[in-house]
Ligand binder design. Sequence first.
Ligand SMILES: [Zn+2]
Length: 718
Amino acid sequence: MNKLLSTAGASALLTAFCAQAADMNTAPVKAPATANPLTAPWTGPYGGVPPWDKVKVEYLMPAVEAGMADQLAAIERIANDPAKPTFENTIAAMERSSRTLDRAMAVAGVYQSTMSDDAVQAVEREMAPKLAAFGDKITQNEKLFARIAAVYETREASGLTPEQQRLTWLYYTDFVRQGAKLDAASKAKLSEINQQLASLFTSFGQNVLKDENDGLLVLEQEADLAGLPASVREGAAQAAEGRGLKGKWAVSNTRSSVEPFLTYSDRRDLRQKAWQMFVDRGDNGGPTDNNANIAKILQLRAQRAKLLGYPTHAHWRLENSMAKTPDRAMALMEAVWTPAVARVHEEVADMQAVADKEGAGIKIEPWDYRYYAEKVRKAKYDLDETEVTPYLQLENLREGMFYMAKELFGFTFKPADPKAVPVYHPDVRVWEVTGADGKLVGLWYFDPYARKGKRSGAWMNAYRNQERVDGDVKTIVSNNSNFVKGKPGEPVLVSWTDATTLFHEFGHALHGLSSNVTYPSVSGTNVARDYVEFPSQLLEHWLSTPEILNRYALHYQTGKPIPKELVDKIERAEKFNEGFKTVEYLSSALVDMKLHLAGDTPIDADKFERETLASLNMPHEIVMRHRTPQFNHVFSSDGYSAGYYSYLWSDTITADAWEAFTEAGGPWDKAVGGRLKTLLSLGNTVDPADAYRAFRGRDPGIAALMRKRGFPVPPGAK
Ligand SMILES: [Zn+2]
């Protein structure tokens, strides 16, 4: 299964592949497999590479259909096998069953995320419901499930390896979680619920989108622009022109438009208007109001959880996570909440002092927070981003990442022969990766530049998972970002945040490249949602080590390394505003979890949000990062429902793991680095809690996270 990891929220590809069924009776269309190069096994060096030079958009859908047909035929053979169910003839056979589809999906996924146009989008719309129906066809196959259950029941006594036992457990629990154990009537009810939810999710997302598209704060005159930097003014002029208001300026109702306005606008009245427009998305009482959708979604989710035998939706969602239970996720959130709120009160006091000194005669309100925070940041940290950028050249940073991979994991990167390894766009480059023993580890594709048809943000994905079910298969991973391509010969300069993101995504790539397992489903980054961001967040830390900065953060004109004083300023400023960031995020995560723990009593979302925040003592100067009526993570799919806590969970492990290095010989400590490589090699073959314990010698504690965010460490905390 293709998996996309990004810093920019859920991917369309993943939702497409995991979405629930629309039509369960759709017969798979037998595609004309002949002459479609996407259905054949990959050829060429490195155990075969994706045939990018042969891809045509019209091949995508037939290749995916051929892959689904192939897998369904294999599933029928497995389900009707006259032999007694064994791991080999059932679970391992299922691992082998998806290879044609995996190859087709890898190519289709890249076209969807980086080469999209109307034709690709049409394929995507056609493909999503077919894939959903296909998924249900497999999980609702009773003969197949009976065999999986038989292997599962004897897994401990039948001489399986630990990896085989865990894989069997994963298959069994996944099938049960999708309703495989239910009787026919309950299965039908489940499908009914899933279909109703799918429509409500679509409606929820479209309502938010409509409010974002339609909402506009028009700035009529020059005086309305007071305080805005040139880049924000230009953006506002373009936004107005796009709406036929040439000569005026406008703030669109999106985060990327509203947040800079709230940060810089001197006009408090307009800040309040922009803020109100943004926090009211999906909550305007008209046809785009989401409150009724939320109530129905929560009700259906609660019914589905009950049907599946779980106390609540949250219990169902967390069962296969690292946290395992809502209680453990809540305990972490609550431990961080109180000190974060205390920090907010300090931040507000600092801001109030600035406002008072200016004689503003105001009390800080939510529409003032970003504005005064920016003033405090300038006064306290004196950091100007434009001083940093000249030291951050994209190609140098890439070399720095290779240095990190070599020093930490023994990986060597060498450009692959462009004649032997085709690419889908001339901007894409490929490196072969070898281990300390000189043997091939895999391939790394790098697609750094923005272009039309490529989605925004940065992400990693695996074109092929490492595995050795039938011989040694090497992984193929890619990193993707959206830097603006410079003129030929000119260096591409990036911000500190973008440099951090580069290291983050490269961390996902190294997670994939480190994989050393037998079965593809548990390979590389195919791990729990609340665990998968840990390796990538951890590897961000190496950017600011002197070893990287002194060698690779060199001024593009003078060649001199970035001065230490500047790096110190960056690091000091990073802890700034941590109270705000944590409370803004965590209030959303807490409301998400509490909504999904509330059971099937009818919920008035607006009232629930207000009462929950009051009981949490939410500082009145901050609103949730995603208020309930616009919380797409939670209500436009099941994706992050009862799962928004995951970012905090991963960051807790990240902070704790970083201290494993700093407590030992530092970031480059060979022993800790070796243990990290082992941890990353395991994929999902062991419970992540056990894997982490083997790395750290104990469970992750909260103390490191509190230090990272500059909060007081609770007494006795590890
Ligand atoms: Zn990530």
